[in-house]
Design a protein around this ligand. Sequence first.
Ligand SMILES: [Zn+2]
Ligand SMILES: [Zn+2]
Length: 921
Amino acid sequence: MEKSSTIRYFLMWMIVTFIFGASIFLTGFFPINNYALDRAVAENQPKDLDGLSLTPPTQIYAQTILMLVDALRFDFASQSGMEFSYNNSCNRLKLRVNIPTVTMPRLKSLTTGTISNFIDIVLNIGHVEQLADSLMHRLQVRNEITVFAGDRTWISLFPKQFTRFTANSDSFYVNDFYEGDKNVTEVLTKELLNDDWMLLVLHYLGLDHIGHVEGSDSSKIPLKLKEMDDVVLKLYKAKHFHRQLLILTGDHGMRDGGGHGGSTAGELYVPLFVLKENCTTKGSSKANEYNQIDVAPTLAILWSMEIPPMSIGCLIPELLHEFNLEDQLFAYYYNALHLMQKANNKFGQDYVDNNAFSKWFITAKSAHKQFLLEKRNNNFENAFIFEDSKIHYIRLAREISNQLSDSLVQFDYGLITLGLALTTIVVLNALLAFCSATDRVFIHGKVAFLSLLAFAACINKWCHYHGYFTTTGTMSTVVILLAIMASVYMLINIANLLLRRMLASNNLQISLPNQIWMLLSCLLIHTLTLASSSFIENENKTWHYLGASALILLCVQSFQKELLSYKLDACINGVALYKVLLRNLQKLQTSFVIIGGLSILYRLDGASSYLTQEATKTWLSCIFVAGLLLYVLCLRTHKLVQTRKELGIYVIAAMLIYCYRASKGVVSSVFDTNCCAKIVLHIFWMVVIIAACISTVILYTKRRLSYQIQHTLLAGCFKILLTLLLTICLLLHKPHNVCLVAYLMYTLSLCYELCGKFEKNTLRTSNYKYLSKLLCTILVGNMFYFYQGNSNSFATIDLNPGYIGQTSYNPIIVGILVTLNMYSAQFIAFLYLITHILQESDNNKTHDLSANEHIDFIIYFYTLSIFVPVLIYLWLLLFFRYHLFIYSVFAPKALYEFYRVIVLFFTYLMTTISLYIFDQK
Ligand SMILES: [Zn+2]
Ligand SMILES: [Zn+2]
């Protein structure tokens, strides 16, 4: 047999290369440098219209206040929610925002007037990018005084553009509901006494944080809205309001249930309230719908500035009513000219000339001219001609704006092809190597390596010459070269494997039991569903039905099998048959209890926003306590702890978790524990460490007492790891999800028990012995991953675990904790399987395969079970690239799948390292 280390190195190399290929693919699919391509110099305002001289309108409002309330969705700003603002706004408009519905891309849209790239969502987490040109830059050039208070993201985007600024120290620290907003209002109070500024930007974060932590039904939201309404009232009553324009809007909305980042109606629509003194249109009931990118050009016109060069938005007519008719037409003409210019650059002169919007432009211009002539010669403003011209300008602007938005999606086909080729080759290579258990690495030596490099360089040169790759720069050349080298190397490998295959001509014949085929087909069905957007949106349902039906089928088959095997004896003795029936019925009953429980769990997360309300606190506490009790029971029944002492320590840990939640006010408690959340948490971590130490000591002393085989120690170590993981998950999970931890263990052990019956004698000695158990592990792991509330939208990423015990934003710790919580079901299931294998190999050491070989097989198959769907998904992405939902549904899923492979890499790394450490005899 092959040595374990070879397989492990081979797998490591496969996973790394796959991640490399997938990264290249995604870079091609979501290009970062769209902005650079689209950047242009701002045109000056037009001076004439076909010979008629024009004068730009002058600025009407001396001061503008832009008040942004993070995650203020459209229905929040209602008559009941924000009464004063609602009743006193001159216009109440509805803005549609673009995806991704996260803060930074939305701020870019607001200030530049262009839609953002999908990859911004990734940058939003690290927030690094600065903008090149925007409204803020224009104001800086004009030496206007601008003031900012609120979310730090603005300062990342505009580090030098604001004259004075006060930024929240931690925008990502979601547990702050009031402190940050209080600071913003303080700055506002101070600035209202100054009147030197031209623009004041206020960005309130509290509402967004309440949404993230407590959900959209939280009782704190109406209070927060009232607080925001009071800020508007304060501004309205200020001394200089007569020369000010106040705009109240949100950067993005909020999903039903809390977060944002997806594309539901709640997230996509925000209000835009315009408040000023003496408005004529107060209280109009109709809410016209505009796009968020329309705000930037409109503000530019209001401030009598150049339209930002990247802007592709239209003007919002309601905001221009203060201008006289001539000035309004000037504004529409200027924006139309700007958009025509952009369309010319983007689509070419021919396309533009033949398009309908050129004709509208000519019509609008001639009406505009006629209006000006009549006004200047007869001093008569013809409202009819004005409307005619305005309508045509607006229509053409809308049309071009839509076309430009659509065309901003640009794919880099060179990188897509390369990435796809590399990932496909990796998967092929891994699959072929999986089937043939021979040597897996073929090329050695410097000469081979150098010739490979030279060959790759030639291909690279050739591709660049033909224009398949458009990238320049050392970094990208190295990346492309490496990718080509890896592909060529593995192609040779594949050819070699195939050749050996043909020469050896040993037929691959494995007879697998039926239920393995059944479980395999479950995975296949799931892979097929990836082709449909609605299946991706509701992937939790797919896993729920696949998992539950697999469980039921396993139960029924096991029942049938036992009946058959007892049939012969039972024919003789009626009483025996009765006993067998009774025993099996009991077993079946347990299975159905488990399946029924699963359905309840499935509903539980849907009701989570209901459960977190104050009125249901007792219920939540009961569920939480039940979860903790189940966990303790689970430690006993699965023999994860060996002595009473250990169990006692873990019980204390569970109690500390309850105290921690109680001190946060989530569950009810007898004592007032509001003060000591931090201390409780410190004690908890100490207890966990002590528990780990004690378990290790007990394990080693036990080992010395009785002469043991090697794997008892290994199994013991993995059991300790598993127990620690379970305990930490209890802390990280939302209170109503804590039951899942123990439930997952019960479900897995039931599955293994059922699978154990089907291990045929032929399978007992082969690699495939644990295949059915592995398949169950994958199914159950995925099922619980979705039960926990995860989905394929960014909106459901639960950020709270990242801040447990944290007082500031530390990206690495937050990342680790959030990932651990998100993928906990899969981690636990995987670790449980390995522990199970190690333990079984102790109990019966008669067969010829060692536990290590089984584990290698399991890891290999597990890797393949993730690789294949991801690869198929990447291909699907290429075919669906013009699909309507590509950015709202398919793209987030792609990033999820990519992250899944990275998580696989770390799972693999951790498992291999622990096997290596503990496996020393
Ligand atoms: Zn936001
Ligand atoms: Zn947010």
